[in-house]
Write a protein that binds this ligand. Structure first.
Ligand SMILES: [Zn+2]
Length: 294
């Protein structure tokens, strides 16, 4: 199992915020972890770290605290991460989607990978004929630019002010759970996607088998994850921003060695059959309406 990167818990200013999905302000306890707490919105069910550190404090983690350790971690796990991302995309029908987008665009289809780390997925897609751009706020961006010659933007997505319809595909793998304002992220993604474009968001699944089994010891209940989505809450976030959901895919019942083989087998089957996987990918396409007019 690939180890999840986590910044050590430190004292940061934090405040109680309204629910990012529905604006609600009534919460029930969800997970009590060491040094931070997740609550569940009483109205929509979104699990969130609340009180939550400010966007400025979170931004500083990725720029300063991560430092060169984070780059070493990404480089050490690069092949494993790329392999997992390719498997996830394959499951989500990437092959036929790629054909469709290659046919539809006169020049190369344009992909944006948000949270692209060292850019290994972008390099792979570039070799397949895509026009590639990345967004990465950690020091990995500089590596991807310098060593790999990739076009990487170091500002959060919304601050890049890409023109409307700039991309045919937006990928965000293990990114959205780190953001202070995931609602703003998906609305911006909707704005900069071309008509007929697609978005693929991969994130841990709090309604999955491992989360149910491990509770606050779940490997994704970490300081850097400000939100823990279920299929239902991520779907609601995307449809609220003007997306139609094309597919929901989940994987991973239990990691090898985490439980006796018989339990692992049951968990893996349940994950596939009922969407109880530890990680999920939602694939969406922009609807024909403008979300601000709804
Ligand atoms: Zn809510």
């Amino acid at each position: 199992m690939v180890k999840t990167w986590s910044t050590p818990v430190s004292a940061e200013e934090s405040r109680l915020i309204p629910c990012n999905l529905c604006g609600g302000s009534r919460f029930k306890p969800a997970l009590k972890c060491e040094g931070f707490t997740y609550v569940r919105c009483a109205r929509c069910g979104l699990v969130q770290m609340n009180p939550q550190p400010s966007a400025a404090a979170v931004g500083r983690r990725y720029q300063d605290a991560f430092g060169s350790d984070y780059l070493s971690y990404e480089l050490a796990n690069e092949a494993a991460f790329l392999n997992l991302q390719l498997l996830a995309l394959k499951d989500a029908g990437f092959d036929s989607l790629e054909k469709e987008l290659m046919r539809r665009t006169v020049e190369a289809p344009r992909v944006l990978d948000v949270g692209c780390a060292t850019g290994s997925l972008l390099l792979h897609l570039q070799s397949r004929g895509w026009h590639v751009t990345g967004v990465e706020i950690s020091p990995a961006a500089e590596f991807a630019r310098r060593e790999r010659g990739l076009d990487i933007r170091s500002l959060p997505l919304e601050e890049n002010h890409f023109p409307p319809a700039s991309f045919d595909l937006i990928l965000a793998s293990h990114l959205i759970e780190h953001l202070n304002d995931p609602g703003s992220f998906v609305r911006e993604a909707r704005r900069i996607l071309s008509p007929g474009g697609r978005i693929c968001i991969t994130t841990p699944n709090i309604a999955g088998f491992q989360s149910r089994l491990f509770g606050s010891r779940w490997r994704s209940a970490i300081f850097d994850h400000l939100y823990l989505f279920s299929v239902q809450t991520l779907q609601a976030l995307l449809t609220g921003a003007g997306f139609t959901i094309e597919g929901v895919y989940t994987w991973g019942g239990l990691a090898a060695g985490a439980a006796p083989p018989r339990l692992k087998k049951i968990a893996d089957q349940a994950a596939k059959r009922w969407g109880w996987g530890d990680v999920m990918l939602l694939r969406g396409a922009p609807c024909n309406f403008r979300p601000t007019e709804v």
